[in-house]
Design a protein around this ligand. Structure first.
Ligand SMILES: [Zn+2]
Length: 424
C-alpha cells in the first residue's frame, strides 16, 4: 500500500462531487446539417443522405432552428450568450460515426456559458447549481448488438441536433456543487422541466432524447483536492441516475478505504443487477485532435437576435435572464463562495492569497465582458467591486504582512481598472 492511499484510508467521512453532462436531442424537424427528418425511430437507415452519412463531396449547412433552440435554452438557464461562436471537429473512429469525426463546439466559445439553475435539496435547502457550458453538436448513429459477434448500425439518428449541458463543479465559480445522488436526480428533474417547458426537447429519456452521463469522485470531507473521477454511461431514467450514482459513490469509498485506488475510466450501469462495470479507460482530451470545422463558417449573434429570442421565453424565465440580473446574481453567489472559502482555508496564508488572486482575475473577466457588451452595467460593476473588497477584507486579516502587501497591491490595481471600465 502506498503512503497516499494509507492517508486516504485513515481519513474520516467522505463526500462525493458529482458533475452532470446532459445531452438533449433538439425538437427540430430536420437534422443538424442536412434536410433529413430528425424524428425518432423509422425503418433503419431510411432517413439518411450523403451529408449525414459523411460521403465524399457532401457539405453541411447549419440548422437555424437548432441554433435558436440552444440560444433559447441557454438564456433560460441564465447563461451568458457568446456573441461569436463556431464549430469544431472531434476526431475519432467508431462504427456509429461514419465521418470519423463529430461536429461539436469545443473550448471557450460554446453558445452559452456561466449559467445556473436552482434546485431544492432533500433536506429542504436550496442550491444554485452552476452551468459551465451549453453547446450544440450532432448525434451519432445507433449500434444494436444482436449477438456476441454481430452488431447492426442504424444511421437514422446520425446528425440529429444535440445540445450538451455541463455543470460547473468548481466552487470558485461561485455556485453550489452537486454532492449526492438525490441532488443529481433533482438537477435532472429541473433541467428536464425547463427544456420541455421551452419546447426545445421532448425529454423522453426512454427514447434517448434526454441522456445523462454523470461523473463522480469522492474525497475526504473538507479536502480541497478532488479524487479520481469515473464517468457513468447508459443512464436512461431518473431511477437509474439515482441508483447508479449511489452505487458508484459507495464503490469508490469502499475501494479507497480498503486500500485500493479509483481508476479514471468510463463505467456502464447495469440496471438489472444494480452495479456499475468497467467499460473503457478514459480518453485524454488531446487525443481527439479538436480543430475548427472548416466546412462551416463561424457565426455572430446580433444583440437584436438575442433580445428577440429572450423576448420569446415564457414569462417565468424573463426576470432571471436580464444581463444585469445575471451578473448581480453571480456577484452574490461569488461573495458567498468567498466567505465559505475564507472560513475553511484562511489559516493557510498561501492558499488564501491564491484564492484571492483567482477571485480578482475572475471578477476582472466578468467586468471586461460586461463593459464590452451593454452600457447599463453599473449595478454589476458595483457588485463586483463589493465582492472583491469583501474577499480582500476577509483574507487580509489572516495572512502575513508580506503576502498582505502584494494582495493589497493586486486589489488596488483591480479597483483602478474597475473604475476606468465603469466610466468609459
Ligand atoms: Zn441527411
Amino acid at each position: 500500500m502506498s503512503s497516499d492511499t494509507q492517508t486516504m484510508a485513515q481519513a474520516g467521512p467522505y463526500e462525493a462531487v458529482i458533475g452532470m453532462e446532459v445531452h438533449a436531442e433538439l425538437l427540430t424537424e430536420s437534422k443538424m446539417f442536412c434536410a433529413c427528418s430528425a424524428e425518432f425511430g423509422g425503418e433503419p437507415n431510411t432517413r439518411c443522405c450523403p451529408v449525414c452519412l459523411g460521403l465524399p463531396g457532401s457539405l453541411p449547412v447549419a440548422n437555424r432552428k437548432a441554433v435558436e433552440f440552444v440560444v433559447k435554452a441557454a438564456s433560460a438557464l441564465n447563461c451568458r450568450i457568446n456573441r461569436a461562436t463556431f464549430f469544431h471537429r472531434k476526431n475519432y473512429f467508431y462504427p456509429d460515426l461514419p465521418k470519423a469525426y463529430q461536429v461539436t463546439q469545443y473550448g471557450d466559445t460554446p453558445i452559452g456559458i456561466h449559467g445556473w439553475i436552482q434546485i431544492e435539496t432533500p433536506e429542504g435547502g436550496v442550491k444554485r447549481i452552476g452551468i459551465r457550458r451549453v453547446h450544440l453538436e450532432e448525434d451519432t448513429g445507433k449500434l444494436m448488438h444482436v449477438s456476441p459477434l454481430t452488431s447492426e448500425v442504424d444511421y437514422n439518428r446520425s446528425g440529429v441536433p444535440l445540445m450538451e449541458i455541463v455543470t460547473e463543479h468548481d466552487p470558485r465559480a461561485g455556485f453550489d456543487q452537486i454532492n449526492t445522488a438525490a441532488e443529481a436526480r433533482e438537477y435532472l428533474v429541473q433541467l428536464r422541466a425547463i427544456l420541455t417547458c421551452l419546447g426545445v426537447c421532448d425529454g423522453k429519456m426512454e427514447e434517448g432524447s434526454l441522456r445523462c452521463e454523470p461523473n463522480i469522485s469522492v474525497r475526504p470531507a473538507g479536502s480541497a483536492t478532488y479524487g479520481t473521477r469515473t464517468e457513468l454511461k447508459n443512464l436512461n431514467s431518473f431511477r437509474a441516475v439515482f441508483r447508479g450514482i449511489e452505487y458508484e459513490v459507495r464503490r469508490q469509498i469502499e475501494t479507497i478505504t480498503s486500500g485500493g485506488k479509483v481508476v479514471h475510466e468510463t463505467r456502464r450501469w447495469d440496471d438489472e443487477n444494480g452495479v456499475t462495470a468497467t467499460m473503457r479507460g478514459k480518453e485524454l482530451e488531446q487525443e481527439y485532435r479538436y480543430f475548427p470545422e472548416p466546412d462551416l463558417l463561424p457565426f455572430t449573434f446580433e444583440e437584436s437576435y438575442i433580445e428577440a429570442v429572450r423576448g420569446g421565453l415564457p414569462a417565468a424565465f424573463k426576470a432571471a435572464t436580464s444581463w444585469t440580473g445575471d451578473v448581480a446574481m453571480s456577484g452574490e453567489c461569488f461573495r458567498n463562495a468567498v466567505s465559505r472559502y475564507a472560513r475553511t482555508t484562511a489559516t493557510q496564508a498561501s492558499t488564501a492569497h491564491a484564492v484571492f488572486m483567482e477571485s480578482a482575475l475572475w471578477l476582472e473577466n466578468l467586468l471586461v465582458n460586461a463593459s464590452g457588451m451593454l452600457p447599463a452595467t453599473m449595478p454589476a460593476v458595483t457588485m463586483a467591486k463589493y465582492g472583491t473588497y469583501f474577499a480582500w477584507d476577509m483574507l487580509r486579516k489572516n495572512i502575513s504582512t508580506k503576502t498582505q502587501a502584494s494582495t493589497t497591491d493586486t486589489f488596488l490595481r483591480f479597483m483602478m481598472r474597475a473604475n476606468s471600465a465603469a466610466t468609459t
